[in-house]
Design a binder for this molecule. Structure first.
Ligand SMILES: [Zn+2]
Length: 397
């Protein structure tokens, strides 16, 4: 009998012993699914919103880029942002880890959803995006990325599908979306299936259709550079069948594409919305590759400088910089200043639950200087457009 009781005692206490041995585990409380939008006091009118997303870019990716560029100094474009907060990135999945689809849906539509969803809520209802809202308000809209245009982050602003891997359908929807500028990679999804370099299984010629609807369409960088942008109102430039090459090998940089987008979009007297993604910071994190991370983050930072040059002169542009999540659990260990090397540690090759940077510049920037849920970012942003209740409501399309 005693022996039996002892075994029972062991079984009952085993979970507690295991937890005690796992130093990396802590108890968590139940967390709220969503928080209400927060009204901005003394809201200032905003003409343009530029949302910059460093995919997978945690605070440490920025720190590594700063050390690589400036040693002990500060002075990146990031460092010139007057308002700094943090974004909490979890999705409706129960492990606190968002993927890029749920993360970008929160940033685009103002609501949290399940991983994998592109512009849809947890019930699969289509959600209105900030880009679609901009068009309703008579503004222009653009997307600039270094990945395929159909990848999760850009897709969440201009398409609505249940599964992020449905690239054919995302391309079809994006070709019909109210976009004035689309720059990046991924023309393989927009070419008829019989064409060389196409990834499609059908004969939809989506580049041709966009051209018919009035867009200037190009897949060649020299042709893009030769365009007289003052005469171009709609521009589609996709410069690789799949993703653009990594920053170190890219023939066209994020700042160059952004400059072109700003030239076109800023001609609309009613303003514009522009989403810019430094897409490959995330891939550097997945690969635990510090050099790649630094090069991508510095390309993104130079792009921010281009944006700040524009926004500083304009005075009516709200610039927001954030990430959809952190990737890799990057931590900086030590540097050898003589050899100019920096050593990093990574906790894993996937996304983490770390909070991410939230930086803002321009009218209403102060509203972002705190800890927010990721889905509150567009809710706060559009208040300068006079929209108070952008809470990710579903709508029929
Ligand atoms: Zn991501």
């Amino acid at each position: 009998m005693r022996r039996k009781l002892f075994i029972l005692f062991c079984l009952l206490t085993l979970p507690a012993w295991l937890a005690a041995d796992e130093n990396d585990t802590a108890a968590i409380r139940q967390f709220a699914e969503v928080a209400d939008a927060t009204a901005i006091e003394n809201v200032q009118p905003v003409k343009n919103i530029i949302l910059m997303i460093g995919d997978g870019m945690g605070f440490e990716a920025v720190t590594a880029a700063r050390i690589a560029a400036l040693g002990r100094g500060i002075g990146l474009a990031f460092d010139r942002m007057p308002v700094i907060g943090q974004s909490v990135t979890y999705s409706l999945n129960d492990d606190l880890i968002t993927d890029s689809a749920a993360g970008a849906t929160a940033l685009a539509s103002g609501l949290k959803t399940l991983n994998g969803r592109i512009g849809e809520d947890r019930e699969g209802r289509k959600t209105k995006t900030i880009l679609e809202l901009a068009k309703e308000l008579g503004k222009s809209a653009g997307i600039v990325v270094t990945c395929e245009a159909t990848h999760a982050t850009p897709a969440c602003f201009a398409s609505h599908v249940k599964e992020r891997n449905n690239y054919w359908e995302i391309a079809r929807q994006m070709s019909q979306a109210p976009l004035d500028v689309l720059l990046g990679g991924g023309y393989g999804y927009f070419l008829a299936g019989s064409r060389k370099e196409s990834f499609r299984d059908d004969e939809l010629d989506l580049l041709g259709e966009m051209q018919k609807r009035g867009a200037v369409v190009t897949t060649k960088i020299p042709e893009f550079r030769g365009l007289d942008l003052s005469r171009v109102d709609k521009l589609v430039g996709l410069f690789a069948p799949s993703h653009l090459p990594p920053a170190g090998k890219r023939e066209i940089s994020l700042p160059e594409m952004t400059q072109a987008a700003l030239k076109i979009l800023s001609r609309n007297p009613k303003g514009f919305f522009l989403m810019i993604e430094g897409s490959q910071i995330d891939w550097a994190g997945h690969a635990n590759n510090l050099q790649y991370s630094v090069e991508e983050t510095l390309d993104f930072d130079q792009c921010l400088q281009t944006v700040l040059d524009f926004a500083g002169k304009d005075g009516k542009t709200l610039v927001i910089v954030t990430a959809d999540h952190e990737t890799g659990g990057l931590s900086l260990n030590s540097a050898d200043e003589g050899k100019k090397t920096l050593t990093a540690g990574w906790t894993q090759g996937d996304h983490t639950a770390n909070v991410v940077p939230l930086l803002a510049f321009g009218p209403n920037a102060a509203a972002f200087g705190r800890v927010v849920q990721n889905h509150q970012i567009p809710q706060l942003a559009v208040q300068g457009w006079g929209v108070k209740n952008f809470t990710g409501f579903a709508f029929e399309k």
